[in-house]
Design a protein around this ligand. Structure first.
Ligand code: NAI
Ligand code: MG
Length: 367
């Protein structure tokens, strides 16, 4: 039999993106060997300042043809504010990918890892245990509050007015809800929380709630609750252990998907996925963090966010076991009992490559 080979477009981008990417690839390679997964990497040098400097644009004109046929995009980070404004670099690259490839689910796991201190303590003052916080934020990534419908009138006068409309379509709401319900169903707790604000935003949010109820009818095995976004943020801080899958509109999801990883420690380890669940287009996997110009070039960036994003990619490609093994290997390296290397953001002195090698080793020798 011939092995299926998945073609991965690799785009390291700017700053520490170029430093954490080799470690992400190292661990993917180790996983591919251990689990017999066929991965072929194609490397691309666009979506970064050096490319812009040479070509005057972030992407080649034919970027859709060059990466649109791949099975996934493995992305580092983009942005170099000292050289190029963020709205030019991000809108000229990453945000183009998300739109053109209809990546309507932004998925961000937030899990408290061993050896990483949550800024949140329990009510009795004791620290939280690894795994105690373990949630998945599902953000709608294409419509909602982030629309370009609206305008400004009577500019510069006393009558000046601005309007920006929220757009929710049945198609757009239902597809992200369906993804979230399926995800909840696949997890042991089978629990889904919906973020709303139907008491204040009295047209679109009641519609969102209505679609949640309609979808829930098809998933009787999933336990559903909903909270207004204001109290939900308080619950994230006061009892983060209560959440499993949390689904939210674009704006609310944006807020929650930064808050949840913040509750679990350092930005250096948080992963994310931008998914087109129907697989008509490639999905994109990237760490939550940016290019970190303040530490770039020193070889001390934490590569775990990139490595974990690679695990999400393998899960999406159908290799749940490989995903779980990478997450376990990360936990082994982070566990203080094992004395593994730690980068400075986690209080250690290790270098980026030390951590990447340690995770790859733990994966090779792991259970
Ligand atoms: P950032 O995430 O790059 O850095 C924030 C802070 O966290 C910095 O102090 C940095 O040193 C630290 N940090 C980030 N990742 C780390 C890692 N892996 N290990 C250790 N420390 C880490 O956010 P910032 O500084 O606001 O943005 C820098 C550039 O990155 C900007 O151009 C911004 O637009 C871009 N950016 C790009 C993103 C993407 O490509 N998806 C996401 C966020 C920001
Ligand atoms: Mg954000």
């Amino acid at each position: 039999t011939t092995q299926r080979v998945h073609r991965i477009a690799v785009i390291p981008g700017d700053g520490i993106g170029t430093e954490v990417m080799p470690e992400g690839l190292r661990v993917l390679q180790a996983a591919a060997e251990r689990f017999g997964i066929g991965l072929a990497f194609d490397h691309f040098d666009f979506a970064c300042w050096p490319y812009y400097e040479r070509h005057g644009q972030m992407l080649p004109d034919d970027w859709r043809e060059r990466i649109g046929g791949h099975d996934a995009i493995f992305f580092g980070a983009v942005g170099w504010p000292a050289k190029i404004p963020d709205h030019v670099s991000l809108w000229g690259s990453l945000l183009q990918f998300r739109r053109a490839f209809d990546q309507y689910v932004n998925l961000r796991p937030a899990r408290l890892m061993p050896g990483v201190r949550s800024p949140l303590v329990r009510r009795d003052g004791t620290p939280r245990a690894p795994g105690e916080i373990d949630m998945l934020i599902v953000r709608e990534n294409t419509e909602g509050e982030y629309s370009s419908i609206g305008g400004r009138m009577f500019e510069g006068t006393e009558r000046e007015l601005v309007v920006q409309e929220t757009v929710m379509t049945r198609h757009g709401v239902d597809r992200v809800l369906r993804y979230a319900f399926e995800l909840a169903r696949s997890r042991p707790r089978k629990h889904l929380t919906s973020a709303t604000k139907s008491n204040g935003i009295a047209i679109t949010m009641p519609y969102w709630d209505e679609r949640v109820r309609a979808m829930a009818a098809a998933y009787p095995d999933v336990q559903v609750d909903q909270y207004h976004i204001d109290i939900l943020t308080a619950h994230f801080v006061q009892r983060p252990e209560a959440f499993d899958v949390v689904v939210a509109s674009n704006l609310f999801g944006d807020i929650l998907s930064d808050l949840a990883p913040a509750c679990t420690g350092t930005i250096g380890i948080a992963p994310s996925a931008n998914l087109n669940p129907e697989r008509r287009y490639p999905s994109l996997f990237e760490p939550v963090h940016g290019s970190a110009p303040d530490i770039a070039g020193r070889g001390i960036a934490n590569p775990i966010g990139q490595i974990w994003s690679g695990a999400l990619m393998l899960d999406f490609l159908g290799y749940r076991q490989a995903h779980d093994a990478i997450v376990r290997a990360i936990e082994v390296v982070l566990d203080p009992a094992n004395g593994g290397p730690r980068t400075p953001d986690l209080g250690g002195h290790a270098r980026t490559a030390d951590v990447g090698r340690a995770v790859a080793d733990a994966l090779r020798h792991g259970a």
